[in-house]
Ligand binder design. Structure first.
Ligand code: SF4
Length: 438
């Protein structure tokens, strides 16, 4: 939370000299607090105010960034306790773990699976955040080179020599390092010289804070509570509450669930971790097949409640449609798209799905607010070039908006066929559709 305009004003020289471009110091303070100007415009501002402003602009939950410049991953930086208070910004990093004692081919095969895993759900791409590599007795440097450069990596190792070798020879990787026996000096070097992510271990919040304060200002830090999972959840929660309510500086927490042993339990604990403010969650590769619900949970939890989740407007072919296939028309609200497209897919009948831009609102909301109207549908038809893809001129709309039928037909010249009211009936409806009626 930044300073208010009035708080800034009280610390300004209050001479109203106008050199900042504002008529008064109060006006400048107000503009500064709302981000409309910058502190360097007032040459008379004291250093202490400048430092206070800098401190106030930082979120109490500091960010940890790792991965190379182009494909970095950011965790922490959150400003609220509950998502509805604003939004959560940085999705927790869910990182399956592989160890370097696997045969090379097997490691490569698994790394490729993690790297290529991608599921589109309701217009959102779900994927893992990083690949964790547990260094056992393999050649760490060699195994890291098997991982695509765009995948951020997390190194779990107590081998200082191997970590330094990796940082020296592949500095662009900028891994997040989890090393329990690193000295304060090692951690400082990795953070400040190599710009890597670093992990501070401790048994309590007090111990974690004591350790980091002793080391001075570090970059890209995560906390790891060296206690059982229940206590970790408690510490992560207390830490977030005290950061937001009392502005106590803190760092995102990481939890290592890769050795839980029971896959169902591991995924369940990971789900808790997502909801209890952890910034990074290490899972086992064995749990990978069950990772989709976890990614769905995390993405849902971190979606912005201020913006409807939406898909790209345009034309979507489903089940290989051709010129005789029907054309369904609906809005770009993700859930609407997901339900309608799933039903068409389930019918196994080919069809085109034309998505109209309604700012991500659902069908009835868009209709009621005049975003889903004849004009918008006409525009979507023209933009999508559907006229060159089908030989008929018929579109299918939801029967709940039957009153639009004539208006659409007049505006577009296309015949309107009323489909089902609920998306759940589309599959059966489509199976019964007489294509020659289009
Ligand atoms: S330059 Fe500084 S002192 Fe002068 S009016 Fe602006 S804020 Fe006030």
């Amino acid at each position: 939370m930044g300073m208010t305009g009035l708080q800034i004003y009280k610390l300004l020289p209050r001479t109203n000299c106008k050199k900042c471009g504002y008529a008064t110091c109060l006006a400048f303070g107000m503009a500064l607090s709302s981000g409309k100007t910058t502190d360097d415009k007032c040459e008379y501002m004291s250093d202490s105010l400048r430092n206070t402003l800098k401190e106030a602009s930082l979120t109490p939950v500091r960010e940890c960034v790792f991965g190379n410049e182009k494909y970095q991953y950011k965790i922490g930086g959150e400003k609220v306790i509950f998502r509805h208070e604003e939004t959560f910004y940085n999705l927790p990093c869910i990182a399956p773990c592989l160890s370097d004692d696997l045969p090379e081919d097997e490691f490569k095969r698994r790394a490729e699976i993690v790297n290529n895993y991608k599921v589109i759900r309701a217009g959102v791409e779900l994927k893992t955040g990083a690949l964790a590599i547990e260094h056992k007795n393999g050649d760490l440097l060699k195994y890291v080179s098997f991982v695509d450069i765009e995948k951020p990596i997390i190194i779990i190792s107590d081998d200082l020599k191997a970590i330094y070798e990796l940082l020296e020879k592949q500095p662009e990787r900028r891994p997040l390092i989890i090393c329990k026996n690193a000295s304060d000096e090692d951690i400082k070097t990795w953070s400040l010289k190599y710009n890597a992510g670093v992990t501070i271990f401790g048994e309590s919040i007090e111990q974690l804070h004591e350790k980091i304060e002793k080391m001075g200002e570090l970059k890209n830090v995560v906390f790891c509570s060296d206690v059982d999972f229940k206590e970790q959840v408690l510490q992560s929660s207390i830490s977030r509450f005290s950061a937001i309510h009392f502005r106590q500086k803190t760092h995102p927490f990481i939890t290592l669930l890769n050795s839980v042993g029971n896959i169902e339990e591991e995924i369940m604990l990971a789900g808790f971790a997502v909801q209890r403010f952890f910034g990074c969650i290490i899972t086992s590769f064995e749990s990978f097949e069950k990772i989709l619900p976890l990614l769905t949970l995390a993405n849902g939890h971190y979606s912005d409640p201020r913006r409807p989740v939406q898909v790209e407007p345009g034309l979507y072919p489903i089940n290989n449609p051709d010129e005789n296939s029907p054309v369904f028309v609906t809005t770009n609200f993700s859930l609407t798209h997901f339900l309608v497209s799933s039903e068409i897919e389930a019918s196994r009948k080919p069809a085109w799905l034309l998505i109209v831009d309604t700012d991500g609102t659902s069908l009835l909301t868009a209709w009621a607010s005049d975003k889903f109207n004849a004009e918008a549908i006409h525009e979507a038809i023209k933009k999508s070039e559907i006229e060159s893809k089908v030989s008929h001129r018929s579109i299918v709309i939801c029967s709940y908006v039957y009153s639009m039928k004539e208006e659409i037909e007049d505006k577009t010249g296309w015949k309107v066929i009323l489909g089902t009211g609920e998306a759940s009936g589309i599959s059966t409806w489509l199976k019964k559709l007489n294509y020659s009626s289009l």
